[in-house]
Design a protein around this ligand. Structure first.
Ligand code: PHB
Length: 394
């Protein structure tokens, strides 16, 4: 064999070897296989409809992206968390340890989410919260691997307290289930209302998820405040709004709340909800191209109208998509993944959203009025509200 031929073969062999190395490099950079998404949400109990709407919203965004996120197909693992905080550590561990999910998505109930966020922190599993607003999660308990696309519980309450004080209401009574979400929501209302010159004269509670409202309604009738601010959602919200009207209070004392009071519930509440004023980061009738397209697509997929929970599920998948696109589907590029998610600008059906340093969504809070089956926008209560993330060290 001539020397020229030999060296040509050698060069070929080196090139082939280099090619293999290159291929191996590419294989490492672009992981194969499906991304395992663990959906831990309520599918039974008073928040069942909320969990289902979040799931359908998440899956809609994935479907619109050809069934993939960050170029990878999705495998879903699902747990019904029953909105039961006592079962939450076991449920989250099933997804993280048994199913080895890459990302946890959940949940609705603040008490359950607090337990989930601990499991996520302990195992360094990416967690996207599509609803539960427990203030601490993006406060002292914040973590680089924990993101929230929904709200902090005090936000809509603060906005409504401000609006009521501006309307020169003097006294209010608050009512809620006694747990983190309700207490933080009514706490936000009280803070802003009293700062504006009002006074919360009584704070009434009942255990979650009880719905025996009659004694509370009797007390309101005798206290005769200028307004009543309540935190209830899902099945509990349907019953409270109907009971309030049936007790003859609706036309006497304005009933107010965060928009959860009338979101996804208007059909079941019927006339009892007409005209109710609420504050929230979404309104059915927001007229922007993204919301209009989203509502049509959601209805076609889920067979029912979209609500705030559907939006939050949809945006959870959008956020994950932005992160995974940035790292070409490679979840191991953790720092880059978190950075891309933190810096995400999302075209949400609620309007444009971004994230604060504590990885909490920054968004408008709308004042809405329930009218003819829709929550219509009555104004922007607070623009681009960012949670202060007090106590977060990120
Ligand atoms: C919560 O527990 O954080 C929670 C539950 C239902 C809602 C909103 C917040 O609609």
């Amino acid at each position: 064999m001539s020397r020229v031929l030999k060296s040509a073969r050698l060069a070929g062999a080196i090139a082939a070897a280099a090619g293999l190395v290159l291929c191996a490099g590419v294989a490492l950079a672009q992981p194969q296989g499906k991304i395992k998404v663990g959906l831990m949400l309520p599918y039974t109990g008073t928040f069942a409809a909320l969990g289902t709407a979040i799931t359908n919203g998440f899956k809609l965004a994935v479907d619109e992206n050809g069934g993939k996120i960050g170029g990878r197909e999705i495998e879903y693992f699902t747990v019904d968390d029953e909105s039961d905080p006592a079962k939450a550590p076991d449920n989250a561990n099933k997804l993280v340890k048994r199913d080895q999910v890459d990302v946890l998505v959940g949940t609705v109930h603040s008490g359950v989410a607090l337990a989930m966020s601990k499991v996520a922190r302990d195992n360094n599993t990416l967690l996207i919260i599509p609803n539960a607003g427990a203030d601490e999660i993006t406060g002292p308990l914040c973590a680089a691997n924990v993101f929230r696309v929904s709200f902090t519980n005090s936000q809509p309450g603060l906005a409504m307290g401000q609006v009521m004080a501006e309307q020169k209401k003097k006294t209010a009574v608050t009512i809620t289930w006694k747990y983190a979400a309700g207490e933080e929501s009514t706490g936000g209302f009280k803070e802003a209302f009293e700062k504006g010159g009002g006074k919360v004269v009584k704070e009434l509670t009942l255990p979650f998820p009880q719905v025996e409202f009659q004694p509370l309604l009797t007390e309101i009738a005798s206290l005769k405040p200028d307004a009543v601010y309540v935190f209830f959602a899902g099945g509990g919200a349907v019953k409270f709004v109907k009971d309030y009207a049936a007790a003859g209070l609706k036309d006497k004392i304005p009933l107010l709340g965060p928009g959860f009071l009338t979101d996804g519930t208007l059909e079941a509440q019927g006339d009892a909800a007409q005209g109710l004023l609420t504050t929230l980061h979404y309104a059915d009738a927001l007229d922007n191209p993204k919301n209009n397209a989203f509502r049509t697509a959601f209805k076609a997929k889920a067979g029912r109208d979209a609500d705030v929970y559907a939006v939050q599920g949809y945006d959870s998948a959008q956020l994950l998509g932005i992160g995974l696109e940035a790292v070409k589907g490679n979840l191991d590029s953790e720092a880059a993944l978190h950075k891309a998610m933190r810096e995400a600008r999302i075209d949400s059906p609620r309007g444009p959203i971004s994230f604060s340093k504590s990885q909490e969504v920054v968004q408008n809070i709308y004042l809405r009025k329930a009218s003819g089956g829709l929550n219509k926008v009555a104004g922007i209560a607070v623009e681009n509200l960012a949670d202060p993330g007090t106590g977060c060290k990120l």
